[in-house]
Design a protein around this ligand. Structure first.
Ligand SMILES: Cc1cc2nc3c(=O)[nH]c(=O)nc-3n(C[C@H](O)[C@H](O)[C@H](O)COP(=O)(O)OP(=O)(O)OC[C@H]3O[C@@H](n4cnc5c(N)ncnc54)[C@H](O)[C@@H]3O)c2cc1C
Length: 416
């Protein structure tokens, strides 16, 4: 069914009895041309573009839990293209361009809200770094506005500009950045993939790979063996575990990242703001909750829940920026498992096993990457060629030293 104003009206008049399930719930077949492991944003988007753009007919997405139960439904929904380095610049620029038409593409409202993303500067050195970043964004064709103090006081009057330790000096605003509704992205891609014939198989955990003479033959799963011509891994925080089943060791560590939301408040925060003197960022959801987060918990874990020291750290950073936050009651917090790569940038590449492909290392920035990642991974799996906008996300950069360390923090996954 194509969603439209007409359908909404028709169903309103007929007791909403005409809506159909958004995707089928098929039994797995014995074999597929392509199997994607992981029903998160990246896996679902890859399946969608493989079917739609490249006409691949016989595809399955295998998800060990339920669709969207991973990071795609746990993130803080920030979408932006204000990176610094070649490689990241063109990729996130492409992704933001795709976000702008994604609701139309999927015929599903992903609620993109281009309310802007503001990075704050608290010292002259930071303001210079922000100017450099803004120039890189402008040179890529993206927007960037360097704001001085007066302009910023008018734009975000509720910040504590004169905080004795971290006075705010200015900021870099990307007006086209903002937020999108995370679970709608999972559902929209799932629906789109299903409409193109992709089998979405939930409660199906991949437990091993069958590899013969260096080539992939299929996957062992909790629901039996499934043959496959090609297999794409898109399991985010579980990337290292899955790759190990294929005999590979990845330059990726898994860490927990938490997020928090307050009770619903009247409209207060007009943009997405990131603090420059600590890892803290905040926006306001359409329901009024203040959504915020900060650093990863800082040690390796496969647990999807966070710990109290980071709650305290994030709350302190928030209070330094907006002391009024102390009056808001926190409603919920949760965690997701991050696939932190050694340089903070992702991997979209082939592997030493013929027919086995890798999509991972998204750290805590993979939601904004979803459209371009799906398109680039589908391109690679269908054609064997790297998409030009994702050409630098190679696995061998960790051998050759061509790292994409946007944060400039060195080979420290816990710092990216
Ligand atoms: C708290 C938090 C805040 C974040 N904020 C942002 C943000 O504001 N902006 C941004 O850009 N990014 C953000 N991120 C990062 C972003 O959510 C992730 O980088 C991105 O969602 C990862 O890709 P994915 O959607 O495919 O992952 P997931 O949704 O995690 O998908 C992977 C799937 O693989 C499945 N899987 C794992 N192992 C197996 C197996 N063996 N067999 C079958 N299936 C398996 C999992 O169950 C899961 O559903 C945040 C993440 C978190 C946790």
């Amino acid at each position: 069914m194509r969603y439209s104003a007409f359908q909404v009206l028709k169903n309103a008049l007929t007791g909403n009895t005409g809506w159909k399930p958004v995707w089928r719930n098929p039994e797995p077949k014995k074999a597929y041309d392509v199997v994607i492991v992981g029903g998160g944003g990246h896996g679902l988007a890859t399946a969608y573009y493989l079917a739609k753009t490249y006409g691949v007919q016989n595809i399955a997405v295998l998800e060990k839990g339920y669709l969207g139960g991973g990071n795609v439904g746990r993130n803080t929904t920030v979408v932006r293209a204000n990176y610094l380095l070649d490689g990241n610049l063109e990729f996130y620029s492409k992704s933001l361009e795709m976000w702008e038409t994604l609701s139309q593409e999927l015929n599903y409202n992903v609620m993109l809200s281009q309310r802007g993303v503001l990075m704050l500067g608290h010292s002259d050195g930071q303001m210079e770094a922000l100017a450099r970043r803004g120039n890189a964004n402008l040179a890529t064709g993206d927007d960037a506005v360097l704001m001085g103090l007066d302009e910023l006081r008018a734009f975000t009057p509720y910040l504590d500009f004169d905080n004795g330790r971290f006075p705010v000096k200015g900021g870099l605003l990307q007006r086209t950045g903002g937020t999108a509704r995370h679970d709608a992205v999972a559902w929209g891609y799932a629906r789109g993939a299903d409409l193109h014939g992709v089998d979405l198989i939930q409660n199906c955990e991949v437990t091993g790979f069958r590899i013969e003479n260096g080539a992939i033959k299929g996957v062992e799963t909790s629901r039996g063996y499934i043959g496959a011509g090609k297999v794409g891994m898109a399991v985010a925080g579980r990337s290292s575990q899955l790759a190990e089943m294929a005999g590979m060791r990845l330059p990726i560590e898994s860490h927990v990242l938490q997020a928090f939301v307050t009770e619903g408040l009247k409209p207060l925060i007009n943009t997405v703001i990131s603090f420059g003197m600590g890892h803290f960022y905040i926006s306001q959801s359409d329901k009024g909750g203040l959504v915020y987060g900060g650093d990863i918990d800082g040690y390796n874990s496969y647990s999807q829940r966070g710990n109290l020291p980071m709650v305290e750290h994030v709350a302190e950073a928030g209070m330094a920026l907006m002391p009024m936050l102390g009056r808001a009651r926190q409603l919920r917090s949760w965690g997701g498992i991050m696939d932190m790569s050694m340089d903070g940038a992702p991997i979209i590449d082939t592997t030493p096993v013929d027919g086995l492909f890798l999509n991972g290392g998204w750290c805590y920035g993979g939601f904004k990457a979803t459209p371009a990642s799906g398109a680039a991974f589908a391109h690679l799996m269908a054609t064997g060629q790297h998409a030009d906008y994702a050409a630098k996300f190679r696995l061998n950069r960790f051998e050759t030293g061509h790292l994409l360390d946007d944060e400039g923090t060195g080979p420290r996954p816990n710092r990216h």
